[in-house]
Write a protein that binds this ligand. Sequence first.
Ligand code: IVH
Length: 672
Amino acid sequence: MQAEEAKQRIAELTAELNQHNYNYYQVDAPTISDFEFDQLLKQLQDLEAKFPEFADQLSPTKRVGGDITKKFETVEHRYPMLSLGNSYNREDLTDFDERVQKLAGRAVEYVCELKYDGVAIGIHYKNGKLERAVTRGDGSKGDDITANVKTIRSIPLQLLGIGYPDDFEIRGEIFYPLSVFSRINEERERDEEPLLANPRNAASGTLKMQDSSVVASRQLDSYLYYILGEGKVAEQHFETLDLARKWGFKSPPKEKNMIAKCNSIDEIFEFIDFWEIHRNELDFEIDGIVIKVNDYHLQEELGYTAKSPRWAIAYKYKTAQVSTLLNEITYQVGRTGAITPVANLQPVLLAGTTVKRASLHNADQIEKLDVREGDTVLVEKGGEIIPKIVGVDLNKRPADSQPNAYITHCPECLSALNRIEGEAQHYCPNVWSCPPQIKGKMAHFISRKAMDIDGLGEETIQQLYEAGLINNISDIYELTKDQLLPLERMAEKSANNLLDGVEASKKIPFERVLFAIGIRFVGETVAKKLAKHFKSIQSIQQATFEELIAVDEIGDKIAESVKHFFQEDKNKELIDSLIDKGLQFEVVEDDNIGSTAILQGASFVVSGVFEKFSRDELKKAIELNGGKNVGSLSAKTNYLIAGDKMGPAKKEKAEDLGIKIISEDDFIQLIH
Ligand code: IVH
């Protein structure tokens, strides 16, 4: 394909993909299948790889992220990010309406919207292109989190249609869909990573991650609800948001009653009542309703107090609560030995679901609330998947009630429990022989994101453990067909399958093996970071605490846990044994962690002296990103990376051959 043709096809594909993205995320009416979408995206990726000079910074292929932000820059908001006056009762709203009407001297039209419980964001667009995204911060200054925001698919990189202002800011809220949030927490629970407290904090944490490709994998979503200043393209707020939808923003759809014009206080109350009932059906959290004056002129007349607009007010819902009987407190033992107390409740309906259990977190929590078996407790459902107990009804406490005596011994293996200084959790120290810990470690090891062993599931692990065939993860690699066949539900085929799966797992790359061995606090992302940085288990083992915390996103807690892991002889023995079995404990060059295919098909000549890279480093970066290094210039060369002191003859030859001459910085741009 010729350059001109490629350029045009890239533009077409980009427009097509942007439209499909809009159909999918904004109007919820896709016209092609996911497969077809992926095919188009793949075509675009390939073309951009062959013709990187036409790859746009805002291409739909950039959604996968990859940009790293070491430190988020603080930037000043052009307009301060204000908050809203709150109200918790209907009188406050009636007062608000009366104030507004008095000033307007006439009946006023309002717009009611949902109050999204997420992270506020201001996004700046210039000539239809996403320029910058900034958090609220202290209201006058926030953090530039553009790289991360660009990975959120419901936020357009390039606006569609016509009529948008050249330069404007739109504000809204970024949040986790509840379905995504619960899935993340289910995975974390299984991996015994600390659970995320609620969707809002989780979204806020994700948006502050340094590695945007991690953010891209997290499926954050957004609603945008406020266009500022010069951005006004209509006389009214409602109409402006309607236009914003046409440009590709996810603004609230009126068809679903997520936004409505209201012409009286009663209509406002209706909207509030409607969502009080239906909020549980939404796949995101709201904490109330926002009521705004629709007309911009009247908004201006009403103006602002120091903190908030006089033309808008929030109505906050009360958190859903219910009281029920706590029948029994039981204790669970996880794969790392962590003990979690669980409240077993008299089943009760709360915010649309039946609640039977609530987490009590740890001994401190039980003591703080003084919850006891037989108490009537108040259960609340915030953003958490697992409801929490927020109080005890002392009037209903039985006369013979006794304070809860926290267990001192493991309910499974009877070992005396430990509590590490400064940690809330109790642990069963019997790491190597407490059954739920052994089984939990093996189940984690074979799980999908870890070794993903074909033919071996949690049930089989249970079965093999009970038959005395496996007692630690290394034993999995010693299983034989003769041992397997006598087991129930184990035919020749499933036995072969299992053994093949075990064999194949020896090729699983180091980063996943590192995650699979189950060092406490070393989740999937942390394992990737450690593998990429240290390259082998030996280097991780030898790393000092300081060397560990110098790695992105590795904090004190993780570093301590890693050090602690390698202090245990049994862990070292286990690793030696897994190395003997042939598992990957170092990064194989072929693994190419951090590699991309951005430069696939492009050939380079590197010449001269450079500031940021050595020549060898440049060549390595070319290969790592799929490009080819060639020794000398020819008609087939795509790029000459020119450094200082490059000879004039080379430059001339490149020019004659029509080869693109780029600087070191241009090259950095290419691969980002
Ligand atoms: S309008 C001048 N509309 O709630 C203020 N805000 O507690 C304009 N929020 O700062 C804000 N949903 O972060 C507006 N539909 C909505 C909202 C909303 C959530 C957030 C926003 C605001 C905060 C106030």
